[in-house]
Design a protein around this ligand. Structure first.
Ligand code: TTP
Ligand code: MG
Length: 377
């Protein structure tokens, strides 16, 4: 059975206003409202966002700016400087992207990361999250909140749980403990209408949904009822949409005619190593496992794999490891097909160097040709 996934949801705190405070530290601690011109209470636009100090007055995103003005006329009102926020967003997303191969940006200030292949357990995940938070703070001067959970939706609920500057870890064995006491409105997508329908069914908490008869939920919400129930029990998982995890890179060749000559097969393996290596570099990954596939003329097929002690991006490591595995098949028959692959991949590119900041020095011990943390075993 696969180990549970470890998903991060990262969301900047009061994003636009935090950037404004960074630009003008004198605003720190004050209610700051970013949005359209309040025009002394006559403005017709809305609040884009506001600092947590302004939220204490009941002000929130999408509220009419005139109302925000009435609630707190002494707040600092600032216009939206989208160009600046986009630049900060881009910088932050670059930092996050450099950590993982599975990354999905979902809005200007939030993203998911699948770190399953990078850390081996939730304790290490928490340490990584702290380092990411510190890194964003020192590079871009703003704070974020991170939720860690076995799936995206719980990670998102978790990132919201201790905002601002929060870090909430929901381990696979505590999903229901975390979810059940929460109000149904904490489920992303559950708005006023759904909340009212649920309330009319006597359902207030996520736990009430979790324990509700599935047929009742289906009768009210159709297919979405099934989804609601899965979310409530922490079993709903959807894949990260962009930058899906690349699991392996491989190439194989079926010979025009079956081959008995070992030297021909070895030459083919050298060529395949070359091709796999080129693709590995193009995609910006490093590998830890080398896979060999051999098919004989009678179609019997074998696969073998060897996991190295450290990550590598070295062509000769691919070839030599494949040859070592291949030597066991010499003399066993006539070859129809050979293939080479690499798996256990993690991202390595120029930006990767920033990762050095995120991981403990000892994790780098025994590294081959790159600076990437050792993969979990
Ligand atoms: P959010 O992440 O929803 O809010 P936030 O970052 O301001 O605050 P939080 O700490 O609760 O995450 O949205 C990100 C940015 O998107 C926000 O700073 C401004 C913009 N935005 C709008 O312009 N209008 C809106 O209605 C919302 C919700 C956000
Ligand atoms: Mg935010």
């Amino acid at each position: 059975m696969n180990p549970p996934s470890i998903i991060f949801h990262i969301d900047m705190d009061s994003f636009f206003s935090s950037v404004e405070v960074r630009e003008n530290p004198a605003l720190r601690g004050r209610p700051v409202i970013v949005g359209s011109d309040p025009k002394g209470g006559e403005g017709r636009g809305v609040v884009s966002t506001c600092s947590y100090e302004a939220r204490e007055y009941g002000i929130h995103s999408a509220m009419p700016i005139s109302k925000a003005y009435r609630l707190c006329p002494d707040a600092v009102f600032l216009p939206v400087n989208m160009q600046l926020y986009h630049q900060v967003s881009k910088n932050i997303m670059e930092i996050l992207k450099s950590c993982v191969s599975a990354f999905q940006q979902v809005s200007v200030d939030e993203a998911y990361m699948d770190v399953t292949g990078i850390v081996s357990d939730y304790e290490k995940a928490e340490k990584l999250a702290r380092k990411i938070k510190n890194h964003i703070k020192s590079a871009e001067g703003i704070t974020c909140s991170i939720g860690i959970a076995p799936n995206k939706i719980v990670a998102k609920i978790a990132s919201d749980y201790e905002k601002p500057n929060g870090l909430t870890v929901v381990r696979p064995d505590s999903l229901c403990d975390f979810l059940y006491p929460l109000d149904v409105s904490k489920i992303p997508g559950v708005g006023t209408k759904t909340r009212m329908t649920l309330e009319n069914m006597g359902i207030k908490t996520i736990g009430d949904i979790g324990k509700c008869d599935i047929q009742l939920l289906i009768a009210k919400f159709g297919k979405s009822g099934i989804r609601l129930k899965q979310i409530a029990n922490g079993t709903y998982s959807s894949e990260l949409l962009r930058h899906r995890l690349v699991k392996s890179i491989s190439k194989e060749v079926t010979f025009e005619e079956d081959v008995a000559d070992i030297n021909v097969v070895k030459k083919t393996l050298a060529m395949l190593s070359e091709q796999v290596h080129a693709r590995l570099l193009r995609k910006g990954f490093v590998f830890k496992t080398v896979n060999l596939k051999v098919r004989f003329s009678d179609f019997t097929t074998y696969t073998r794999s060897v996991t190295l002690s450290a990550y590598s991006n070295d062509k000769m490591s691919i070839y030599r490891t494949a040859l070592r595995m291949f030597s066991k098949f010499e003399g066993m028959g006539i070859f129809r097909l050979v293939g080479i692959g690499v798996s256990n991949l993690v991202k390595m590119d120029e930006r990767q160097k920033r990762l050095d900041d995120f991981f403990d020095a000892e994790q780098f011990k025994g590294m081959a040709n790159c600076s990437f943390p050792a993969h979990k075993e």
